[in-house]
Unconditional design. Structure first.
Lengths: 340, 340
DNA sequence: CTCGGCGTCTAGATCGTTCTAGTAACACCA
DNA sequence: TGGTGTTACTAGAACGATCTAGACGCCGAG
C-alpha cells in the first residue's frame, strides 16, 4: 500500500512564506494588493510545496466562479470537435470547463443538473433536446447557451449555423457547374432536417428548377436506402442531409458501378471527419465547429460578466469543395435539356 | 433581463421542514439516524423547494467523495464509447463521474490536475501517455487506474485488453478458413503497435508461416499507403492495426477493382463504429469497451473503498466476424501451394 | 428512583478557499 | 499638527455541505 499524502493548502503556503492566508489567495489569483517582493516569495513557496488551489473550495466561496458547464452527446463524434474547440476558447479567456455527457441511461436533465451542482456559472448545451420551457427553467438559474439549435425561446441564448444559407451554397455550387437535376435526400425527423428541406425547396424554386426530395435520415443506411428509390431516375447531383448519409450514397453508387463525381456529384453536410477520409474527399457544407464553439463560449462569458440580454447569433457556414462534386458531363447536359 | 434566483440550500430545507441542517444532511444522503416520519417530511420539503445538494460543498467537506475522475482524448472516437459505459458503471455503484478531455493545446497533465482539483477520489486515465514516474506521482495522491495500457509501473492499476490473444484470434480465424499468406499492416509508433507486431510474428511462427509485416499507422491514409507497397505481391488476407487502417485497405482494394473478401480478406481491430458501417461490415477484433470501462470503474472503487493493493487486470478480446473475411478461394489455394 | 442504553435530533466545528472590513505605516499637503 | 490618501497586509466571517460530540426523551433493569 502506498500512503496517500495530504495535498498542501493555502495555509501551508502562508506558513512557509510567513504571510497570512489572505495574501496567498491574493497572489495566487493575481489580484492587485501585494508588493512585488512578497508576491515572488509566495509564488516561490507555492511552487516549492507543489500547491494548487482546490477548485471545490474556490468554487464554493467565490461568487465569480469562472467555470462553464458544457453538455455533449457521447454518441455524436461531431460533438467531440466542439468540445475540443470550446476548451481552447474558454482557457484563452481564463475560464475552466466542466464536461458532462449525455449517454445511454443518462438523460440530458441529469447531465445538466450535474453541471449545475458543480457550480457552473453558465451552461453551454450542444443541440439540446429539452423543450423551451425546460430550458427556460435552467435559464432562471444561470445563463444558458444553446449550440446548434435556435428555437429555444426568449430567455436562452443560441448560437447556430444558418441552414438556409448552407443549402443555398450547395445549390448554387451545383447549378453553377451546370447541374439541373438535383435531388435532396433529407434527414427525416432529425434536428434541422425540416429547415434544410424547406431551404432546398425554396432555392430550387427560386432558380425555376424542380425540387425533388427523397426521404432519408442521418445514417449511412438511410443514404443507401434513399439511393435505391432513386435508381430508376438518377439525378446528376445529390445533396445529402449530412456526411454520413452522403457516405452511404457514395458507397451505393460505387457498388452500382457508377463513378463519383463523373456520373453523379454528391454533397454532404457538416464537414465531419468522414468528409475528410482520404479515399472519400467529400465536398461538404462546413458549419465550422471551432468557430461555433468559440462563439458559444463568448456568449456565455459575456452573459456572466456583463448584464446583456440573451441573443441569438447565427453564423454563416461555408462550402468545402473536395472531390465528390464536378461540372456536369456534356453528354448528360444534352439529355437534361430534353427532359420536360 | 431575467433575475437569477438563488438555489435552495440545506438551511432552506431545514427551515421548511422544521428540523436542523444536520438532520437534512442525514436524510439526503440516506444515512441512518432519522425517524421514518421526519425522513418523509424532509424529503417532501426538499422536493417542494427543488433542493439538490451542492457538489462543491459536499465534496469539500466529506472525506468519502464518491467522485471518479475520467480523462479521455477528444480526438479518439473510441474513447467516447468508454465514457458512455463508464457513466453506467459508476452510477450503478453510486458514484459520480467528472470528465476531463485531453485536447489540442490541453496536455494530459492539465486534464489530470483539473480532475484532482475537483476532488476526484480516484483517477481513470484512458490510454495515458505519461511516463510511469509521472503516473506514480499522481498515484501518491489518489488511486490511479490506467485503461488500455498496462506498462504503467507498480503503484498504478491497469485494465487492458490482451493484444496477443486478439492477434492470435485473428490469425487463427484466417488460417482456419484456409489462408496462408497473411500480412500484418502495423501501427507504426502508436500505442500497443509493438505488442501486436510481436504477437503476429509469434503466432505466424508457431504455425510455421512467414510473418510478413508492412509499416502502417492508425489512419486510413496509412492503410492506403501500406497497400500500395503490397500490390506487387498481394496476400490473401490482411490484418490491419485498427479499423481505420483497415478501412483504408478495403477502399484501396476496391479502387483497384478487387473484391473484399473474395480476392482479399481484411481484418480490423477495435470493432469501432467504422467497423459497423453498413456498407463495410468489417470483421474486427473487439476489445469490448463497455466491459473494460466497467472493470476500470470497479478497480477504482475497490481501491477507494478497500485497502487493496494495485493490480493489473487483463481482459480477453473477441473476434467479431462480419463480411470482410471469407474462406480462401480454391484457385488461390492452389497457387499458394506452389509458393516456396 | 436512579442508571444505562437506545433512538432521535441538534449545536457547532470543519473542509479550503475568497471576501469584507479594517489596521498599520507612511507620504502628501494645507 | 492633523487630516486625507495610498499601499501592504491581516483577522475573521462567509460559502454549503458533513461530521463529531453531546443533549434529550423514553424504556426497562437494578
Amino acid at each position: 500500500m502506498t500512503e496517500q499524502q495530504r495535498r498542501p493548502t493555502v495555509m501551508d503556503v502562508a506558513q512557509a512564506a510567513g504571510v497570512s492566508r489572505a495574501l496567498v489567495s491574493i497572489v495566487m489569483r493575481g489580484a492587485p494588493g501585494a508588493a512585488e517582493s512578497t508576491r515572488q516569495k509566495v509564488l516561490e513557496a507555492a511552487r516549492e510545496l507543489g500547491y494548487r488551489p482546490d477548485s471545490r473550495a474556490r468554487l464554493l466561496r467565490s461568487s465569480r466562479t469562472r467555470l462553464l458547464g458544457l453538455s455533449f452527446f457521447s454518441a455524436h463524434a461531431f460533438h467531440a470537435e466542439i468540445v475540443d474547440a470550446a476548451y481552447a476558447a474558454a482557457t484563452s479567456r481564463g475560464y475552466e470547463l466542466a464536461l458532462s455527457a449525455v449517454a445511454k441511461g443518462r438523460p440530458e436533465t441529469r447531465a445538466i443538473e450535474s453541471l449545475l451542482d458543480f457550480g457552473s456559472a453558465a451552461l453551454i448545451l450542444i443541440s439540446p433536446t429539452l423543450s423551451a420551457e425546460e430550458l427556460a427553467g435552467y435559464a432562471g438559474q444561470v445563463p444558458v447557451v444553446s449550440l446548434l439549435r435556435d428555437d429555444v425561446g426568449e430567455p436562452v441564448d443560441s448560437v447556430s449555423s444558418d441552414d438556409h444559407a448552407g443549402i443555398r451554397m450547395a445549390v448554387d455550387h451545383l447549378t453553377g457547374i451546370g447541374h439541373r437535376r438535383i435531388v435532396h435526400i433529407d434527414g427525416g425527423t432529425a434536428v434541422s432536417a425540416e429547415l434544410r428541406r424547406a431551404a432546398f425547396r425554396a432555392e430550387m424554386d427560386r432558380l425555376g428548377l424542380p425540387a425533388r426530395i427523397i426521404p432519408g435520415g442521418p445514417t449511412e443506411e438511410d443514404g443507401l436506402r434513399a439511393l435505391r428509390s432513386l435508381r430508376a431516375d438518377l439525378p446528376s447531383a445529390v445533396i445529402a442531409f449530412n456526411d454520413r448519409c452522403a457516405l452511404g450514397v457514395v458507397e451505393g453508387l460505387r457498388a452500382d458501378g457508377l463513378k463519383v463525381p463523373d456520373d453523379v456529384s454528391v454533397l454532404g453536410y457538416d464537414d465531419s471527419q468522414f468528409a475528410r477520409l482520404s479515399y472519400l474527399q467529400l465536398s461538404s457544407v462546413s458549419q465550422d465547429a471551432p468557430l461555433l464553439a468559440a462563439a458559444a463560449v463568448d456568449r456565455a462569458i459575456d452573459r456572466i460578466e456583463g448584464t446583456q440580454a440573451p441573443a441569438h447569433v447565427v453564423s454563416t457556414p461555408h462550402l468545402v469543395v473536395r472531390k465528390t462534386s464536378a461540372p456536369l458531363r456534356d453528354d448528360l447536359r444534352e439529355s437534361v435539356r430534353l427532359a420536360p
